[in-house]
Design a protein around this ligand. Structure first.
Ligand code: TXA
Ligand code: MG
Length: 336
């Protein structure tokens, strides 16, 4: 298959591909998504196939207006109305009880459906031109870091999908917050750009699912199936190094070697004597969110075999960064 590269002035081309059952990568403010008509099970199957995604991991359905929600959600709790008023369009996905119209392949057979209205006007315009909700997981090969640029999508997907819309770098850089609003209190399944602090200020107490911070034990069921896999991982074996910045710097300087890299913060770079890739400012977690996935891809490009990652905080958007990084490290933590 030849993948068509689509510019921002050719969005109707992307809409035509999607309306005729094709699959196309589109920019969003979080990460690039690999979109298909959510009501076309064949097109959705092609998304699973192109990504190599396990069939038990459901997709998020994207809408461009609140009018589309009743086609998907059988029930819209008041808390969801309130959160949608405040945070849509934006990086918040909510889990609803699904209508019968949503094909089972989209939700991996679950009775619920994940829905979000992206903040990126390009994504919303493509949905508007299609006139239908679009199911879209992140546009990476399953297990690899999510793509935050059209170039990163092309690395994984060239020749496997019908089109890629080039929309520049993603402004948030980590995937949306996933919140289950079918339970009381609402339950955070994946942290993202809309932080727990923001959700609680708007909706009162929320619960944070155990899988956000820790590995599920064998036999435990994942509330969000995507949280159970090794994920966001470059080819290199990474470990998260927890400790004070000075102790992190000493640790990496003492543990260099062939193919060993530091995945550090900008502030650390002047002091690190081994090859290093920075993923943002230690005190600016929004930059770490924006740069984490491209930094992981850079480690692969530079043939990193072993990487030591400086640990981010866990407050605000840093929680999302920590959640992705600990999975990229397959939960290996070194305390210094
Ligand atoms: O920012 C984002 O959310 C990006 C852009 C493209 O919108 N999409 C994205 O999709 O990250 P994906 O497929 O990579 O991650 C979707 C996550 C998975 O962890 C999946 O298990 C969870 O959402 N999910 C989807 N439907 C669900 C459901 N009904 N119940 C629980 N979790 C669900
Ligand atoms: Mg993904």
């Amino acid at each position: 298959m030849t993948t068509r590269y689509i510019n921002l002035d050719e969005l109707p081309v992307a809409a035509e591909i999607l309306k005729s059952g094709g699959i196309c990568a589109i920019p969003t403010e979080t990460v690039y998504g690999l979109a298909a008509d959510a009501f076309n099970p064949g097109a959705v199957a092609a998304v699973f196939e192109a990504k190599g995604r396990p069939a038990d991991n459901p997709l998020i359905v994207h809408i461009n207006s609140r009018d589309m929600l009743p086609q998907l959600a059988a029930e819209i709790p008041p808390v969801a109305e309130k959160l949608a008023d405040l945070f849509w369009p934006g990086p918040l996905t909510m889990i609803f009880r699904k209508t019968r119209a949503v094909p089972d392949i989209v939700t991996a057979g679950l009775p619920t459906v994940a829905v979000r209205m992206p903040g990126d006007p390009v994504a919303r315009e493509i949905i508007r031109l299609c006139g239908k909700p679009l199911a879209a997981p992140s546009a990476n090969r399953s297990g690899l870091p999510s793509p935050t640029s059209a170039r990163a999508v092309a690395e994984d997907m060239d020749g496997r999908i019908d089109g890629i819309v080039g929309g520049g770098e993603c402004s948030v850089g980590v995937e949306s917050t996933v919140l289950n609003v079918t339970v009381t209190p609402p339950r955070l399944l994946r942290p993202g750009g809309i932080t727990p602090e923001m959700l609680e200020a708007a909706a009162g107490k929320i619960e944070i699912d155990k899988a956000v911070f820790s590995k599920l034990e064998a036999g435990e069921t994942a509330a969000s199936p995507g949280m159970k896999y090794r994920h966001y991982a470059p080819r290199a074996r990474l470990a998260l190094v927890e400790g004070k910045p000075a102790d992190y710097i000493n640790f990496v300087n003492e543990n260099g070697g062939d193919g060993v890299f530091a995945l550090c913060f900008d502030e650390d770079l002047p002091f690190i004597k081994i090859p290093a890739v920075s993923y943002g400012g230690r005190s600016e977690p929004a930059t770490a969110a924006r740069r984490l996935f491209s930094a992981l891809r850079e480690l692969d490009e530079r043939k990193c075999v072993r990487g030591y990652a400086a640990s981010p905080g866990r407050d605000g958007i840093a929680m999302a960064v920590y959640n992705r990084l600990i999975r990229a490290c397959a939960f290996e933590v070194i305390k210094v």
